[in-house]
Design a protein around this ligand. Structure first.
Ligand code: FPP
Length: 252
């Protein structure tokens, strides 16, 4: 009885995945090494990485992706040299300035997750403008993580949770959205991709990725293209997600 209800749950989950689309999260790693290998400064790699972002955002809806979360700047990235941090922040502002119109046209809603109190006021203003202007978009929810730390988000939500009676997973997820720099609500991550050959989560969406399928590739982020994204999604669709249950074929 328990088994069959589990399988109904799994079928529901697959069904809801089909109807609501996939949440793909990407740790865009390898920009620095890509640039260094070409004898260029690291920021050159970040600029090329921003072009990869444009390609991936454009292709995502055609691959069934409805939520895309990109790790653009972690809270630990403040430890990088000031010149690199400044250049990255400039690049993010430039991206928001140049892409907002296109996103409105293509139904892409942009929201930013992460702390805002340490960002420059002009970047915060640009984020708020873009979020407001793209809010009606329903084709793709593009979430950009800036000054983001999953552990800090969880800590903040946990502090809010102490005042919450009858806490359950769903309520905690809501607290994470509301108090943990989570932006607007988003479903759990289905597929988490990391480029650049490392196999780490680097404090990214730890709660939201509890049952995410992980996909690691050696491809450096500036070289990551639409074919790579399609291959990752294909591999994801070929995997059997059991959410802790047993494979269908083994049910007697
Ligand atoms: C990690 O590679 C990458 C980052 C810390 C920055 C990611 C930023 C972008 C892709 C560009 C801007 C983003 C948007 C959304 C427009 P790394 O520098 O750690 O590379 P390495 O491991 O080779 O040193």
């Amino acid at each position: 009885m328990i088994q069959s209800s589990l399988h109904i749950h799994l079928a529901d989950k697959k069904q809801s995945e089909v109807s609501s689309g996939l949440h793909v999260a990407i740790i865009m790693d390898g920009n620095g090494r890509w640039a260094t290998a070409r004898g260029k400064a690291r920021i050159f790699g970040h600029r090329a990485g921003a072009d990869s972002v444009r390609r991936v955002v454009e292709a995502a809806p055609s691959l069934g992706i409805t939520t895309l979360t990109l790790y653009a700047f972690s809270s630990d990235n403040w430890k990088r040299p000031t010149a690199e941090v400044t250049a990255l922040m400039r690049l993010l502002r430039l991206y928001l300035r140049t892409e907002t119109e296109k996103c409105i046209k293509n139904g892409v809603r942009i929201s930013v997750i992460g702390r805002r109190d340490r960002l420059a006021p002009h970047l915060v203003a640009a984020i708020e403008r873009t979020e407001k202007a793209t809010a009606p978009g329903i084709t793709l929810h593009l979430r950009i993580a800036i000054d983001y730390s999953s552990r800090d988000s969880i800590l903040r939500a946990a502090m809010a949770a102490t005042a919450t009676p009858h806490l359950c997973r769903e309520t905690f997820s809501e607290l994470l959205t509301e108090f943990g720099h989570g932006g607007s609500p988003a479903p759990d991550v289905d597929l988490l991709i990391r480029t650049g050959g490392e196999h780490r989560l680097s404090d990214f969406l730890l709660w939201e990725s509890a049952y995410a399928e992980l996909f690691f590739t050696k491809r450096m982020w500036p070289d990551f293209g639409v074919d790579d994204l399609a291959a990752a999604v294909d591999e994801f669709r070929a995997r059997e997600r059991r959410f802790g249950a047993v494979p269908t074929a083994m049910v007697v």
